[in-house]
Write a protein that binds this ligand. Structure first.
Ligand code: DSN
Length: 409
């Protein structure tokens, strides 16, 4: 029995998705392609095992191999980021953030995070998320003219709000984050500092972005973006007392049995990220974004903060009189996948927006380089100039397919 004979509908849908991932340009800044080794561990028989608890202290028998795997994942993660304590069980970035909050907050406590329309995440206090419902959430934004964080403004808001937690680290911020400045603000108001490094984890692990380890009280991240591992989350800290509270918050606080197949895949990802080749890869991700954003800039695309220091860029489409939703659809028709994104001062709702977010992590994994980035920027411009021309979009899709063939996943 295998999937093809057992469940043809699911098999066919997976095959179609495989084709989509192979034949299109994946430019969603939070996505990547995992290695075959990560995929093998994620699809392994470890999915059969219950292992509630932690290594050496499980609520089930038969956990000898699981303990070994989870311990390896923890030790590798600690080495990768240079932290003292780590929990590798969170199912996702959202669960990691939930556990981090529950380790130090009570319902009703105040949190201060970046507003979603300024690049923050749902779990940083958005009212539609648990983080805005269980806690009294307040937000800071970015400077509408520069697109940058105004640290003086964050300090001012923090002094007014007096939050118990300040959350920093963003889903759509193209520049470096000054964790030391956030630490100063947190200290000034007696708050804990949590850094959610989901987007830039790969850059931090390889030294291309300053690290919040030892600066923030708690650091959370996903493992599937620039870190190029399986879909999941982890939590790190240097504080032993907090580490014990985090462990309790993850299990039994919010989760039951950990996903040990995914934890094994995380361990493989951390091993890969410790290799010199991974540092080379992240350098190429940043270099590719520089070429892509420079070329877009020359083609009269308006970039928030005028460029990027990392793996992502935000394009403000207001000078082109196109909405983010329409550009996302037209690009998809041309085989280019991006997501619509609010831009500073956006007057359109999040379902429409005036911008898009792009990233180079997945394209770089395929082996694409500066020449492809230049051509992709030109193709994006052709799409912007031919939004309603189905024939033209189909021609671009054909060129995309040809380009992708040269860089198999
Ligand atoms: N949904 C993720 C992103 O696309 O950035 C954040 O978790």
């Amino acid at each position: 029995m295998n999937l093809k004979t057992e469940d043809k509908e699911i098999y066919d849908a997976i095959e179609a998705e495989k084709k989509r991932q192979a034949e299109g340009l994946e430019m969603i800044a939070s996505e990547n392609y995992v290695s075959e080794a990560v995929l093998e561990a994620a699809g392994s028989i470890l999915t059969n095992k219950y292992a509630e608890g932690y290594s050496g202290h499980r609520y089930y028998g038969g956990c000898k191999n699981i303990d070994e795997i989870e311990t390896l994942a923890i030790e590798r993660l600690k080495k990768l980021f240079g932290c003292k304590f780590a929990n590798v069980q969170p199912h996702s970035g959202s669960s990691a953030n939930m556990a981090a909050y529950f380790a130090i907050l009570k319902p009703g406590d105040k949190i201060l995070g970046q507003a979603m329309n300024s690049g923050g995440h749902l779990t940083h206090g958005a009212k539609v998320s648990f983080s805005g419902q269980l806690f009294e959430s307040h937000t800071y934004g970015i400077n509408e003219k520069t697109g940058l964080i105004d640290y003086d403004d964050v300090m001012k808001i923090a002094k007014e709000v007096r939050p118990k937690v300040i959350m920093c680290g963003f889903s759509a911020y193209p520049r470096q984050i000054d964790f030391l400045n956030f630490r100063k603000i947190a200290d000034e108001v007696g708050a804990y500092l949590i850094a959610d490094i989901a987007h830039i984890a790969g850059l931090i692990a390889t030294g291309f972005h300053p690290s919040p380890i030892g600066v923030a009280d708690i650091v959370t991240t996903t493992t599937h973006k620039t870190l190029r591992g399986p879909r999941g989350g982890v939590i790190m800290t240097d504080n032993e007392e907090l580490a014990a509270k985090i462990d309790k918050a993850v299990f039994p606080g919010i989760q039951g049995g950990p996903l040990e197949h995914i934890i094994a895949a995380k361990a493989v990802c951390f091993k890969e990220a410790l290799e010199p080749k991974f540092k080379e890869y992240i350098g190429q991700v940043i270099g590719n974004m520089r070429v892509l954003s420079d070329t877009l800039h020359h083609l009269d695309f308006d970039l928030v903060t005028d460029g990027s220091d990392n793996h992502l860029a935000l394009i403000d489409l207001r000078n082109k009189d196109i909405t983010g939703a329409d550009f996302e659809s037209a690009l998809e028709a041309a085989g280019i996948t991006v997501n619509k994104n609010s831009v500073p001062g956006d007057d359109k709702p999040p379902t429409i927006t005036s911008g898009i977010r792009i990233g180079t992590a997945a394209l770089t994994t395929r082996g694409m380089g500066p020449a492809e980035m230049q051509r992709i920027a030109e193709m994006m411009n052709m799409v912007a100039e031919n939004m309603d021309d189905e024939e033209k979009l189909a021609d671009i899709k054909e060129e995309v397919r040809e380009m992708c063939k040269k860089f198999p996943i």
